[in-house]
Design a protein around this ligand. Sequence first.
Ligand code: AMP
Length: 212
Amino acid sequence: MKLTLLGAPGAGKGTQSDILSRKLGVPTISTGNILRSAIHDGTSVGLAAKSYIDKGQLVPDNVIIDIVQERLSQPDCANGFILDGMPRTIPQAEALIAHGIVLDGVLSLEVSDEDIVERMAGRRVCPRCGASYHVRMNPPKQDGVCDACGTALIVRPDDAPETVRDRLHIYHEQTEPLKGFYEKLGLLRSVENAGSIEDVSREIFRSLGIGE
Ligand code: AMP
């Protein structure tokens, strides 16, 4: 299955795409994680992306399209993948189609702006493996430490409240129109991200026609 998850920053795309990835046995491709690791490694892509990410702006489409095209050509994507955070603009969605990357489904995770601001305040991430937690809704087993790799968790710099407001504004302006784009293609499914992580996963499986 080739899927993408749409949703505001902090809507739960990372958490739910990892669950879907385990369920379907296909990799999650998170453009945010790829960019953060490029910044950490000091690559040319990382240098180009850093100033945009720090300001909460979108990285230019051509950078993203190159990254995704390269990643999707790897053998582990042959049987499917879950895109987390891509496309974020109509030109990115058009580029996927132009490159012959045909999605089977698009899942939009719906969360109100007020809830997003609250969720972002409690988000903690692992700077090493990219795992994401929430101090109340999805805490790690040991306070402040990643369950998966034991690294100390951090607050993402772009999760600062003023940057979150800018990211939400950009989401509504540039990413939300993708819902209409994919609705016209008959691919859009929407799920309210309300309730526990497990409840939402069940609802996602149901809406995508994936058996429990
Ligand atoms: P995320 O981890 O998905 O919230 O992404 C973090 C940041 O990376 C975003 O705020 C953007 O600056 C950048 N980014 C990630 N994916 C994309 C994309 N598909 N298009 C443009 N910028 C992106």
